[in-house]
Design a binder for this molecule. Structure first.
Ligand code: ADP
Ligand code: MG
Length: 431
């Protein structure tokens, strides 16, 4: 099939061809083809648009019929070859290392994901962004910065492909063999404790994660060619915008949650509102680039027990320009503190008879996480403004209701239990 016939086939295929099978939530009404890039070995990468959004889809021809490429068709492996040679057509390769390992079979990664990650040759993970945006992308500059400052506790970033220089379409990193994310390994560890193993084994990861997040933040605070002046200060105006955003998220949570959970959220909403209002008392606080979507699912564990942090694309629910803004490191800390709590909630939901042990585990783990984080910051303790922790945790928890309403209804039981518990906590916060 030549390029002209392929263009016609894509136009005739409708929006379905732009979406990976797992992509949940509302898709575009219509996508207009912008570019079709022929790849080495056959197949194409198609770029489309709907309003401000860009859509990226790999396509191939099988038995004379054009369809979305799947792992095994070789189209994703071809993207890796494009990176290795520096680009083709409007695709530019940005390499973090000079020689990119190419070749080998393709295999899909079978976990919940927002994008589409494929393992190539058991050595590289190629992450394709089916729903892309033009403009600044944390997935481009954060890995480049981490490579520049020598942060090694992440799957080694290899490079990325951009389209017309401003749209991130794929990123590539070293595959960590046997790695599992925290929604698997951490939950499993707690379930093992519920089944009779010592709870102390389930206590260990929290301080490891605290240290890891601290080292990540120290790396973000280090000057590089990518971020020559990584640290700034947020003042009244910016903190007021954070407050408005947190209030809006709470409004959104209230509007999108009905039934008994909605009634429970409405009952605690005044307390949530006043926790968020504590932001008003803050005049100035340090900001830098942060992870922006930090939770235990971003902490990968290798079979040898090593933990690495991954996925620097920011929160898929926020616009890309917001994702690239300097922000408070406390936002990452709040998100991870919530996620550790959520691991406990998930397990308590499955094993209600262990509720008391899980509540105690959650308290120990929270304390261990925070104290390892503070210790890990060392002489950069100033980066963590603890006054932000509670308001940002409340905002994060409100965000969980919105996420459940939009993408994953069964997740609702988690914020439904976690928000009242969070608001009931009385924690003394250092001024
Ligand atoms: P998304 O943005 O789509 O959520 P992630 O980067 O978080 O994508 O990757 C999704 C999943 O793929 C992870 O939770 C993990 O299980 C797996 N994964 C991602 N990168 C690697 C890697 N380098 N090595 C091994 N597994 C990985
Ligand atoms: Mg992820």
């Amino acid at each position: 099939m030549d390029d002209t016939a392929a263009r016609e086939a894509i136009d005739a295929a409708g929006v379905g061809i732009w979406l990976p099978p797992h992509l949940e939530g509302p898709g575009p009404d219509a996508v207009a083809l912008l570019d079709l890039i022929g790849l080495p070995g056959g197949g194409w990468l198609a770029i489309g648009r709907s309003d401000r959004d860009r859509w990226v889809t790999p396509v191939t021809v099988r038995d004379g019929v054009l369809r979305r490429a799947r792992p095994g068709d070789g189209v994703i492996a071809a993207l890796l070859r494009v990176l290795a040679v520096g680009g083709t057509g409007a695709l530019a390769g940005r390499r973090h290392i000079p020689v990119i390992p190419t070749g080998g079979d393709e295999r899909a990664i079978e976990v919940d994901q927002s994008n589409e990650s494929v393992v190539v040759g058991e050595r590289v993970v190629v992450k394709l962004y089916p729903h892309a945006r033009s403009g600044p992308q944390p997935g481009l500059d954060l890995p480049a910065h981490l490579v520049a400052v020598g942060f090694a506790e992440t799957p080694a970033p290899l490079g990325a492909l951009t389209w017309r220089d401003d749209t991130l379409v794929a990123s590539m990193a070293t595959y960590v063999p046997g790695a599992r994310d925290g929604w698997e390994w951490y939950v499993e560890l707690l379930e093992t404790a519920c089944a009779g193993a010592a709870w102390s084994a389930a206590d260990a990861p929290a301080s490891m994660i605290g240290g890891l997040v601290a080292r990540l933040h120290r790396a973000f605070a280090t000057e590089s060619v990518v971020f020559p002046s990584p640290i700034a200060a947020a003042g009244r105006a910016e903190i007021a915008r954070w407050r408005a955003r947190a209030d809006a998220t709470l409004d959104d949570a209230l509007a999108s949650t009905d039934g008994a959970a909605g009634a429970r959220l409405t009952a605690v909403a005044p307390a949530a509102r006043s926790a968020i209002a504590a932001l008003d008392a803050i005049e100035r606080t340090p900001v830098l680039r942060i992870h922006g979507d930090l939770h235990v699912g971003q902490v990968l564990q290798s079979p040898d027990g090593r933990l690495v942090v991954s996925d620097f694309d920011g929160d898929p629910l926020t616009p890309p320009d917001v994702r690239s803004a300097l922000d408070a490191p406390a936002r990452d800390v709040a998100a991870m503190a919530r996620a550790i709590d959520h691991v406990g909630r998930v397990v308590a939901h499955r094993h209600p008879e262990h509720d008391a042990s899980i509540v105690a585990w959650t308290e120990r783990s929270r304390a261990a996480f925070l104290s390892a984080y503070r210790a890990g910051l060392g002489d950069r303790g100033d980066l963590f403004d603890e006054r932000l922790l509670r308001p940002l945790e409340v905002e994060q928890e409100a965000h969980e209701y919105v996420y459940a309403a939009r993408y994953l209804p069964r997740w609702l039981s988690v914020p439904d239990a976690a928000m009242p518990a969070l608001l009931g906590r009385s924690e003394t916060v250092a001024p």
